[in-house]
Design a protein around this ligand. Sequence first.
Ligand code: HEM
Length: 217
Amino acid sequence: MSTEDDYFAHHASEPFRFGERRRKRGFWRAFLESFAYLPPFNRMFGKTAPSYAESYWYCMGGLTFFSFLLLILTGLVLTFFGPTWWIGTKAGLVTKSMHYWSAQAFFFFLFLHIIRVWLTGAYRGKRWVNYAIGFVTFFLSLGENLFGLLARGDWESQFVSMHSDDMLFTVPFLRLISPENFTSALIIHVALIPFVLVVLIGVHVTLVKLQGIARPL
Ligand code: HEM
């Protein structure tokens, strides 16, 4: 079977070669679709996507994952240089902003991902396990977000920690944790929760790879 016959039947009427597609649809469209299912980049990761997954909605989990990688990368740099650097130097402030905006992107794409999972009914059958893993990941991410705010070390952070300290003090078990304890908040934010998140997200993405993408309802 030639390579041309070998790709999805629903693309059989599409022009195959890059030059041909560029003439028909313009450079950018031809360039972008190359990343999805046509040469030269198709099967880059030894993988093909089913036709129903060729939508931006199905990219939201991947974009969440990409934002998470950015969070880890910038977070490692911030942890390495420490609070004096991230509040007191230009490079530190830029890295801190990148970390902050990656977190915004993470939650933005995550919400869209959850909407797509609901609307396509992707939680059905054995995928309920991956839905449950995603569910736990989501709530842990919210906790990670809170401890990130507490560990920032600026005025807003101190203000929030003071108030959450007052609130937690009224809850029997949670009063064991003090949000005003900067070291504790920092360790929870840079080590404890991220470790669990890396494991959970790793299992989540591996399960998607093993189970494939669900057919929409
Ligand atoms: C926290 C970060 C998360 C990351 C990085 C992530 C990443 C991904 C990726 C890359 C996929 C492949 C398909 C796609 O992109 O749409 C996927 C599928 C899936 N995700 Fe997530 N996800 C996250 C959170 C969640 C949450 C919160 C839920 C639900 C509560 C969830 C439930 C699912 C399910 C059920 C699938 C299988 C979809 C299918 O087979 O069509 N995920 N996830």
